[in-house]
Write a protein that binds this ligand. Structure first.
Ligand code: BDP
Length: 718
């Protein structure tokens, strides 16, 4: 004990007071860097010096290991592990069942109130001792509680009077990897896939465990390993052995593994003449395949399916419905407790209906016809992960089908991994949108957490932005989006500001002023991107194919993949008329929202051109004409990035050198690209508006032909 105090004092005296140098970002928000605040260190030493551990499951082992590693890293203390409840400990972490002492110290926690994943963290007095307790009814809850305590320490939050009770609001909190078996990642901008199928199952990269730790620390409890544009080969034994090896690493961190199921697999790898979901042989094939999968992975989570969407096979190829397809797979999985996440991202160029309306039209009639273990996974907006979209009208409309939210963490349409765009405000905006499905207060998050219609199954998925880059996400601030997704999946009502604060303190700095500056930048960054890419409700005007950079002129090929389909600019004005006189898209929303959106004077201006085609001289609330407002928004977006770049330069020496320099260079790229977006879009739209740029808008650097002529051959992500 004495030796520990001496070491501790030495560490305090020798602790560096300058920021660490050369952080390559690998450790994410789990840096566990040495705390330099001496008063806080004293508090840690008083309260967290010895941990009572009890129970030896792999999940509890992972929890204890993390607790000790984290505390030792942050405080420099050597943590005592005490194995007997009667010993001299200050922290206890365990389940109420396996550690009766915990139950006796927490008499108000009644059985069933926390569940497998919920936990309490509480400071209690026992005689003269002040104890910190982490307790759950399940091992995973203990793990989450441990990560919560580590977060508090990492943020240097007070530790003396803790009274925390947390339970996840959503049951399935999943990452969706769009990773291919060849190691590429569709719409991935941070290197190659994390999964090395060539070496699996024999070589287990240490990254797999660190990936699991990072996810567990933010409450993510499932991962879909493969691309929605699926490859049936992953269902063959050679790959299933690899899936099993990954699942073994994930399991102690409470993470289940899922796969995408290619609907034509029975014909492709099973040798059957058909993949018709009502064919007896096909039904048997899937049943056997699922049984085989569970012999490899006993806790396999289930299938994510993209069917009859963008050329993928599906039940409609055989004249069957989405429900026929989903239910057939669900029946095969049901005996093992697996689920089907059936994607609603369907649209057909041959259907002469506004693309934004097609998924609603397709799925609403099938509400109530899915098996209990099927969820409909719906993108946040009705088109495709644009910088801003209204929420998808299926949220609230499907009363008898559990709806799973799909966000895109990888920034396919928001500057790839090059732009600093914090997505929490986007997640928050969508989750808090009121659907009015059961009157005011029927927010999207209440659909997702099941409280609106009393759904038993609840879920939220994020298309991952992780890859083989050393810092996992390409841009350092991409880590914040992974972090935000997990935290908001656990608690959809969490604010973007809270999430930003946590991430900044855990990743970058504890200096208040620096923190406030970075937070301000993060919280405004999504709006900045909307402004320099698609202001006032514009959407889908990016370059075709790779989607990098502007392409408002794209007018060739499949119409619903062009830009002109969406912006509809002409000499009369701009915007997509989705009013009752137009495509009638507004009518898919509940009353009174339909009416609010239908009228340009009540429609939120940030969605104006999503719902309305308006004349160039339409007068905006600011008093500007629509044309002037559009130009000024583009300029505002580019100016915001210039401000971020200047602000960042003030941080030299305030944060880690490597982090500083990485972001500094990225912001220079982002600023150039923001100007590129502004110039290209404004020059193009000017060919219709025939109006000059208003005062305050910087003249474009090149002419329109220059921007139209830019060609890029090797953009990442395709
Ligand atoms: C689009 C992507 C495409 C995906 C598709 C999907 O461009 O790569 O396959 O979404 O979600 O945004 O299925």
């Amino acid at each position: 004990m004495k030796a520990r105090i001496v070491t501790f004092l030495l560490i305090i005296l020798l602790s560096p007071v300058i920021p660490a140098k050369g952080d390559d970002g690998y450790r994410l928000w789990l840096r566990y860097g040495r705390i330099t605040d001496r008063a806080y260190l004293r508090e840690c030493s008083k309260r967290l010096g010895s941990v009572m551990v009890n129970g030896g499951s792999p999940v509890l082992e992972a929890a204890y290991d993390e607790l000790v590693t984290g505390l030792e890293g942050m405080t420099g203390m050597e943590i005592d592990m005490v194995h007997t409840p009667g010993g001299n400990w200050t922290v206890a972490a365990g389940t109420l069942q396996s550690t009766p002492l915990l139950a006796s110290l927490l008499p108000d926690i009644s059985p069933g109130s926390l569940g497998e994943e919920g936990y309490v963290i509480r400071t209690v007095k026992s005689g003269r001792r002040s104890l910190t307790l982490i307790a759950s009814e399940g091992d995973r809850g203990v793990l989450y509680g441990v990560f919560h305590l580590l977060r508090l320490v990492s943020m240097q939050d007070p530790l003396h009077d803790l009274s925390i009770l947390e339970k996840p609001a959503v049951t399935l909190r999943l990452l969706n990897h769009w990773d291919n078996l060849d190691g590429s990642v569709e719409r991935g901008y941070s290197g190659c896939s994390l999964w090395n199928w060539h070496l699996l199952p024999h070589y287990i990269s240490p990254r797999y465990r660190d990936y699991a730790r990072a996810n567990a620390s933010i409450g993510i409890n499932g991962t879909v390993l493969t691309n929605v544009n699926a490859n049936a080969l992953v269902l063959t034994p050679r790959y299933l052995a690899g899936v099993a090896a990954i699942a073994d690493v994930m399991r102690p961190y409470g993470i289940k593994v899922y796969l995408t199921a290619r609907f034509s697999a029975p014909s492709e790898i099973g040798g059957l003449a058909t993949s018709d979901p009502l064919d007896a042989e096909v039904i048997n094939w899937w049943r056997d395949k699922v049984t085989e999968i569970y012999t490899f992975i006993p806790d396999f989570g289930g299938f994510l399916v993209k069917a009859n969407s963008e050329g993928q096979p599906g039940p409609q190829d055989y004249g069957r419905t989405h429900a026929d397809g989903a239910n057939m797979l669900a029946d095969a999985l049901a005996p093992y407790g697996g689920v089907v996440m059936w994607r609603a991202f369907v649209y057909d160029n041959n259907v002469p209906v506004d693309r934004a309306m097609q998924a609603y039209n397709e799925f609403l009639p099938s509400d109530g016809s899915f098996r209990d273990n099927v969820m409909l996974q719906v993108k946040n907006g009705p088109v495709d992960f644009q910088p801003r979209e209204p929420f998808h009208p299926l949220f609230g409309a499907m009363k008898d089908t559990p709806m799973m939210m799909e966000f895109q963490i990888t920034k396919e349409y928001l500057g790839c991994a090059t732009h600093l765009v914090f997505l929490a405000p986007l997640f928050e905006e969508v989750l808090r949108s009121d659907t009015y499905a059961r009157g005011p207060g029927s927010e999207v998050f209440r659909v997702i957490d099941g409280s609106l219609y009393g759904n038993r199954l609840t879920g939220i998925a994020g298309v991952a932005n992780t890859g083989s880059d050393r810092n996992w996400t390409g841009h350092l601030f991409g880590q914040a989006n992974w972090y935000a997704f997990g935290r908001m999946a656990w608690q959809p009502e969490l604010s973007s500001g809270q999430v930003a604060t946590e991430w900044i303190r855990m990743t970058l700095t504890h200096d208040k002023e620096t923190e406030m500056g970075i937070k301000k930048m993060m919280l405004s960054s999504r709006e900045a991107a909307v402004n320099y890419m698609t202001p006032l409700g514009l959407h889908h005007i990016m370059a075709e194919g790779h989607h990098w950079g502007p392409g408002p002129w794209v007018d060739q090929g499949r119409p619903d993949w062009t830009s002109v389909y969406y912006h509809r600019a002409d000499t009369a004005g701009i915007g997509f008329d989705r009013t009752r006189e137009g495509s009638t898209g507004v009518s898919q929303y509940f009353h009174p929202l339909d009416g609010i959106l239908n009228d340009p004077h009540t429609c939120p201006e940030n969605l104006l051109l999503w719902f309305h085609h308006l004349p160039w001289d339409y007068i905006m609330r600011s008093g500007n004409t629509l044309w002037d407002e559009l130009c000024l928004k583009y300029q505002e977006g580019a100016d915001s990035v210039e401000e971020y770049a200047s602000f960042w330069e003030t941080l030299q020496g305030e944060i880690d050198d490597e982090q500083y320099e990485h972001v500094r260079q990225m912001l220079v790229i982002q600023h150039n690209e923001a100007i590129w977006w502004k110039d290209a879009c404004l020059l193009y739209f000017q060919t219709y508006s025939h109006r000059p740029f208003p005062e305050g808008v910087h003249p474009p650097e090149h002419d329109l032909d220059y921007y139209r002529g830019l060609k890029f051959y090797y953009v990442p992500g395709i």
